[in-house]
Design a protein around this ligand. Structure first.
Ligand SMILES: COC(=O)C[C@H](N)C(=O)O
Length: 314
């Protein structure tokens, strides 16, 4: 099987001042994940490392750069899933952790559980020797400004679009295994303890070698109502291509619950799609050693991966 990776840096509005940062972030993440796959690494390692790249990039709403809750704190959700055996690990409402996706992987591999939250997740992280970072280190000027401007919590399902993007990745490795990973700071001014779609299996992501894998972004409460990632895989099981399955599922979310969002999808034969019902979503993929990426509808850049690695720090 030829390895393929697809990443997203969140659906919503991406204004001019953020465009270059988002393009460069998603392409660096896709190239990092592809490098792992090309060296025989697993889809699981590739999606984890690709998400780590974006968690460390303040252009995205994950890790450093996460949006702030009603109290002005960072509370993050993340999930990872292995399509080989349907193993999955997630964390929700975690603070003071640089890479929630790594903690989600530890939940998957070192516990009998699938989701650890808040203080329990922190205690587990300490037990695993994951270093705590001061909460302020994860806060950027931009997230602080957004929080101050928006002190009143807004329940409008379109509101998330003004936030930076959640991040995610899906991949298939040379052994034919698929995996997904998603990580987010959630929604600005969310209630303390609000858990979004990202931590919920089937909503924030799903991976099954029998079908493929999906990672989602957008209005979390809407995504959870339609269990977006699993809905996409359901459509693929019924014979739809990744692109058609993504369109149908996003359409259902819009018509049934008025929610907008975006998804990346890969099939177990290596076909992929990146789709959104928002105006923009940053995405990138590497397949057959070619990097493709874009943000706006119809925007599509292609560059040989080797050349792209040379011109970026990956
Ligand atoms: C682009 O924004 C997001 O993806 C937010 C995330 N889905 C949440 O609701 O927690």
């Amino acid at each position: 099987m030829k390895p393929v990776i697809v990443v997203h840096g969140g659906a919503g509005r991406i204004f001019k001042d953020r465009e270059d940062g988002c393009r460069s972030g998603v392409t660096r993440a896709a190239l990092k994940g592809y490098g792992i796959l090309k060296h025989g690494g697993s889809a699981l390692d590739a999606v984890e490392e690709a998400v780590v790249v974006m968690e460390e990039d303040p252009h995205f709403n994950a890790g450093r750069g996460s949006v702030l809750n009603e109290k002005g704190e960072v509370e993050m959700d993340a999930i990872i899933m292995d399509g080989k055996n349907l193993a999955s690990g997630a964390v929700s409402a975690v603070k003071c952790i640089a890479n929630p996706i790594k903690l989600a992987r530890l939940v998957m591999e070192k516990t009998d559980h699938m989701l650890l939250t808040d203080q329990g997740a922190s205690a587990f992280a300490r037990g695993m020797g994951v270093p705590e970072v001061p909460g302020e280190k994860l806060i950027t000027e931009r997230s602080l400004e957004r929080w101050k401007k928006n002190l009143e919590a807004d329940s409008n399902p379109q509101q998330f679009q003004k936030d930076l993007g959640t991040v995610g990745a899906v991949a298939i490795d040379s052994a034919g295994n698929v995996a997904c990973a998603t990580s987010t700071g959630g929604l600005t001014n969310k209630r303390v303890g609000r858990v979004g779609d990202t931590a919920c299996i089937g909503s924030g992501g799903y991976a099954d070698n029998n079908v493929g894998a999906a990672s989602t972004t957008g209005h979390g409460e809407s995504i959870m109502k339609v269990v977006l990632a699993r809905l996409i895989l359901y459509h693929m099981e019924k014979g739809k291509s990744p692109g058609d399955a993504a369109d149908s599922a996003l359409d259902c979310m819009k018509t049934r619950v008025g929610g907008l969002g975006g998804v990346i999808v890969i099939s177990n034969s290596g076909d992929w799609a990146a789709r959104c019902s928002t105006q923009e979503m940053s995405w990138a993929t590497v397949k057959d050693d070619q990097l493709h990426y874009g943000i706006h509808a119809g925007e599509w850049h292609t560059q040989p991966a080797e050349e792209a690695i040379g011109s970026r720090r990956c």
